[in-house]
Design a binder for this molecule. Structure first.
Ligand code: PGA
Length: 255
């Protein structure tokens, strides 16, 4: 992390876990444990939990995010949720392009880009996820994959809008597998992402972007990961569902 240049952010990605009452209970455990955090703390929760989560975190330092949004303002998109709906309930962040959405729900860089632009236009802060598959890493094309995702996912996003974008580097092979990228591997790709942003925008704009690591990040490895200059926090899946573990990661990023 380089807190002089950018915000450190620890965000929980709850995925398809917790009902509204369970969300309220878990946030009730998390809130006192992270009250003195020196980083931004976010919980990204299922749509139906949003209202309860926003209610439970009112007046605290925990912010609430959604896990996706549609790009259209409204219309015939059964089952989808618009940015305006998220704004009205008080959502601030939204995870976009998560590898599970790319893998299981046909998400492409084109649709990630559409969602990103819609989120920014609505005043939401997108957490845009990028990352290579294991096979792509083995074929030595990690940088090509990441460069392509960054370029396409942020296509037509202005330098001004970039200030509200968070990038999460999540190597797909590390998600939910217990296989964390080493701190050096995370740093290498996060630094590469920043270099790509500098090419697309400029160095100052790139230096100000929070780039998180995600993929089996937990209370045991968080310290080492966030000690790296270009790793500005984490997007946490499994460990974000256990208050003590999540709080320990927040603590690591608060140093
Ligand atoms: P994990 O998930 O921490 O359970 O690996 C991270 C994510 O998918 O955002």
């Amino acid at each position: 992390m380089d807190k002089a240049k950018r915000k450190a952010i620890i965000a929980g990605n709850w995925k398809m876990n917790k009902t509204p009452s369970e969300a309220k209970a878990l946030l009730g455990e998390i809130i006192p444990l992270v009250a003195d955090a020196d980083c931004e703390v976010i919980a990204c929760v299922p749509y139906v939990d949003l209202a309860a989560a926003i209610d439970a975190t009112a007046g605290t330092n925990v912010k609430i995010g959604a896990e996706n949004c549609h790009w259209a303002e409204s219309g015939a998109f059964t089952g989808e949720i618009s940015t305006g709906m998220l704004k009205e309930v008080g959502v601030e962040y939204v995870v976009l392009g998560h590898s599970e959405r790319r893998q299981y729900f046909g998400e492409t860089d084109e649709t990630v880009n559409k969602r990103t632009k819609a989120a920014l236009a609505a005043g939401l802060k997108p957490i845009v996820c990028v990352g290579e598959l294991l096979w792509e890493r083995e074929c030595n094309i990690t940088e090509e994959v990441i460069a392509r995702q960054i370029k396409l996912d942020l296509w037509d996003v202005s330098k001004e809008e970039l200030k509200n974008v968070v990038i999460a580097y999540e190597p797909v092979w590390a998600i939910g597998t217990g296989k964390t990228a080493t701190a050096d591997q995370a740093e290498e790709v996060c630094a590469f992402i920043r270099a790509q942003l500098a090419k697309l925008y400029d160095q100052d704009a790139a230096d100000a972007v929070t780039i998180q690591y995600g993929g089996s990040m937990n209370d045991q490895n968080a310290d080492e990961l966030v000690s790296k200059t270009n790793v500005d926090g984490g997007l946490i899946g499994g460990a974000s569902l256990v208050a003590e573990k999540f709080a320990a990661i927040v603590k690591a990023a608060s140093k």
